[in-house]
Every structure is written in C-alpha cells, then in structure tokens.
Write a protein that binds this ligand. Structure first.
Ligand SMILES: [Ca+2]
Length: 217
C-alpha cells in the first residue's frame, strides 16, 4: 500500500522501526520530515509527469524507488556527484540508503533504511539541483547519525539535525556540492542567499510537522 506523506500509517511505521533498533523518539519527531531548500520556480520539466510503473534500482549503493524518469534523474544526479566529487558521494551514500519518489521532499533519518523522500519540484528542476537536494538532506542524516554514534544510541535532540542552525549547515554542504558539480549561477546564488529559515514554512518560529504538511516541494 502506498502511504501518503505524514500519514498516521507512516508515522506508526517509523516509530516501530525506531523501537526495533533500540532508539526512542517523541511522537512529534516521528512525524517530522526534514526539508530541502527550494527554488521558488514552478517546475515545467516533462519529468514532473509521474512515470509508471514505479520500480526499484540500486545506484552507488542507494536504493532508488520511483518511475523510469525519476530513477533516471536520481541516477544522473548521483553520477554527476560521482564524477566531480567521488569522496563526497561516498559520504552521501553512507547516510542515505534509499531515495523514494513522493509528493513532498524530506529526510527520514530515523527510518531503516534512512530514506530521502523526493518530490517532483526538487527532483526535476534540473539534474544539478536534484544533486544538491540529495546532498542537503544527506547532511541532515549525517548530523542525526553522528549524534547517535557519539552518544550510544540515545534519542537525538531535534536541534541536532533540524531547525535553523542545522539547516544552515546543510545549506553550506549543499553549496559545496553545487560548486563541485558546476551548477548554474542561479542555483548557487539562491542557496547562498538562504538563511536556513525555509523549513519554517508557516513562519511560526517552530520547525515541526505542520511545516511538512504545508510544504509543496
Ligand atoms: Ca513552523
């Protein structure tokens, strides 16, 4: 059964996986997804039309789930990073084990495997943009798992891997990758201009599941 973003089914599944791995989290954290920086432009790429049927492929050790166009876009993005920054691709592949097509983008670092849910607007704006988004959310997962490793599997505080300070770290990493792969000026300038507050979609000063529900990229 396909589970829609932020559905109770997915939250419950995430909690079960966390319990199985010996980690505990708050229900709020279980519902939370990480955000990816965006360009405020409508995606007009043909790839925005979902291709069917969805399937699974493995590239660079990362499981990719989606239609033909989605799998090709993600593969091309990973290949681009591999050509220009192979060491960084290895780092990304250590922290993102699955990239799955969905209607909202976000990193579920606590899932097994750690999964980056990737939506059309982020995936199909361009190959370079897609690569940067993958790098951005891989860094969220790195922050999460580095804390786990350093603290004996204790519950990971939200601020460690989410919120504005974490977003700023992820944006910095995203920009490094965009520069490495020769991304267009507009993409690099946009990321450089972000202050990390993009995840607070409803601008209430908090980063929580309500923001995820309102995200459209
Ligand atoms: Ca908010």
């Amino acid at each position: 059964m396909r589970i829609s973003p932020l559905s109770p089914e997915r939250s419950a599944a995430g909690e079960s996986l966390a319990r199985a791995s010996g980690r505990t989290r708050s229900p709020a954290l279980a519902r939370r997804w990480r955000t990816c920086a965006l360009l405020a432009l409508a995606c007009a790429a043909p790839g925005c039309q979902r291709s069917a049927p969805e399937a699974v492929a493995t590239e660079f050790g990362i499981q990719i789930e989606g239609g033909d166009a989605f799998r090709a876009q993600v593969r091309d993005s990973l290949s681009l990073i591999d050509r220009h920054a192979p060491r960084e691709l290895g780092e990304i592949a250590r922290h993102v084990k699955r990239i799955k097509h969905d209607t909202r983008s976000g990193m579920a670092a606590y899932e097994n495997p750690p999964t980056f849910y990737l939506a059309d607007r982020s995936a199909f704006y361009s190959v370079t943009w897609c690569a940067g988004c993958i790098a951005h959310d891989a860094h969220h997962s790195k922050l999460y798992h580095d804390y786990l490793a350093a603290h004996g599997g204790q519950s990971v505080p939200d601020a460690v891997w989410s919120g504005q300070a974490a977003e700023q770290q992820c944006l910095k990493y995203q920009l490094t990758i965009l520069e490495s792969i020769g991304a267009p000026d507009d993409e690099r300038v946009y990321v450089a201009s972000c202050d990390g507050s993009h995840g607070d979609v409803n601008r209430d000063g908090k980063y929580d599941w309500r923001d995820d529900q309102q995200r459209n990229w």
